[in-house]
Design a protein around this ligand. Structure first.
Ligand code: SF4
Length: 366
């Protein structure tokens, strides 16, 4: 298959690993994106790179970075009379202050799993007597599709379609990480999907202001290894810049059309991230003219945060610890019985370590 098979050639991968060893120093890079985290674990790269490159996972899983308060708010909305909450399946099992959306559904709340915002819009059209709220999570990758659904709703006069926008923006989160006192990495493996919308230019501040290199990478093992080689070469040369390995999908300027749709509907707003707290202008809220569709403006009573459950997701998302360093990992917390969102999500770091880097009886193999 073109654009796939050539990135999976064992000879190519062996050569790239050899190249990383040959460059010859130890480095630590953060993969920002949850899809990268999964791809790295699935390909077994962590143990292969041990002793040379340490890959630290970052806050690039949209489900994981959603704050507990926002999950509580979504659950409160789902409990309102005449409201159907439409959500991606991953959000169903994320613990909020008073349980999960799945538990709310079992108590009678109308919660529907959908695969796209357009499916949620269809639910609203089919049942004009109910208010359908789409739970908008994700980064620059998903926000344009949500924006398009709102434009369609407005054009077609679907007044019972709403969005609770919990979208997050990647560049402000990278800046927040770099501003943390204890944050020390040699460079970023930058997300491929987000960058296809945003463009590589959006990350130039990493090199210009912080002297930290970044490479936008694709999702095959060969993409990731090549990006790591590029990062190591930059580091060795002492020259930080932002480059694109994923040239088959990402341009410097990104996708202007997708960005324009997103900017027509949303504007930046402060947002709370799990582990990182409130980051200025790191979320997206609906612009004034779309407020009639804004479920974020509804008055609901959100429950107070639950007590400490011992979950270390906040530290995992900032790269402070690896999942096996959490005392609950693979004991009280597994994908079947998750304590925190990093074990729930299909892009979660804890789930990825559990599924691919951990062997029952042997522990962590990376
Ligand atoms: S292992 Fe579970 S409890 Fe620990 S940080 Fe990960 S998700 Fe949270």
């Amino acid at each position: 298959m073109r654009f796939v098979d050539e990135f999976r050639e064992p000879e190519l991968l062996r050569g790239q690993l050899e190249e990383i060893r040959r460059i010859g120093f130890r480095a630590s890079f953060m993969e920002v994106c949850g899809t990268h985290t999964m791809a790295i674990s699935r390909a077994g790269l962590r143990p292969l790179l041990a002793g040379r490159v340490e890959l630290v996972s970052g806050p690039g899983c949209p489900v994981c970075v959603t704050s507990e308060a926002d999950i509580g708010r979504a659950i409160a909305l789902a409990g309102l009379e005449g409201v159907t909450l439409a959500t991606f399946g991953d959000m169903m099992r994320v613990p909020g202050p008073q349980g999960t959306l799945s538990e709310a559904a079992s108590r009678g709340a109308a919660v529907k799993v959908v695969y796209s915002p357009l499916e949620a819009l269809r639910l609203a059209r089919e049942d004009p007597g109910r208010r359908v709220v789409f739970l908008g999570v994700g980064f620059e990758t998903t926000a344009p599709a949500v924006a398009a659904s709102l434009l369609t709703a407005r054009r077609d006069g679907v007044g019972n379609f709403f969005v609770l926008s919990l979208h997050k923006l990647v560049p402000p989160a990278l800046r927040a990480l770099l501003e943390m006192e204890d944050f020390a990495i040699d460079g970023f493996l930058l997300p491929g999907h987000v960058s296809a919308v945003l463009g590589a230019r959006a990350y130039s501040f990493l090199a210009d202001e912080y002297g930290v290199p970044g490479v936008v990478a694709g999702f095959e093992a060969a993409d990731i290894l090549r990006a790591l080689c590029m990062l190591m070469e930059m580091k060795r040369g002492g020259k930080a810049s932002v480059a694109v390995e994923y040239t088959r999908a990402v341009r410097e300027e990104g996708n202007p059309r997708a960005r324009a749709v997103m900017e027509e509907v949303f504007e930046p707003a402060d947002a709370e991230w799990r582990g990182l707290g409130i980051i200025p202008a790191s979320g997206l809220q609906l612009r004034e003219e779309f407020r009639p569709h804004d479920a974020g403006a509804w008055e609901v009573e959100s429950p107070a945060p639950a007590g400490d459950r011992g979950c270390r997701c906040g530290d995992v998302l900032c790269g402070r610890i690896r999942p096996p360093d959490c005392p609950l990992f693979a004991r009280a917390c597994t994908p079947e019985s998750p304590v925190g969102p990093c074990m729930v999500s299909t892009e979660g770091t804890c789930a990825s370590y559990y599924l691919y880097d951990f062997r029952e009886g042997e522990g962590h193999v990376g």
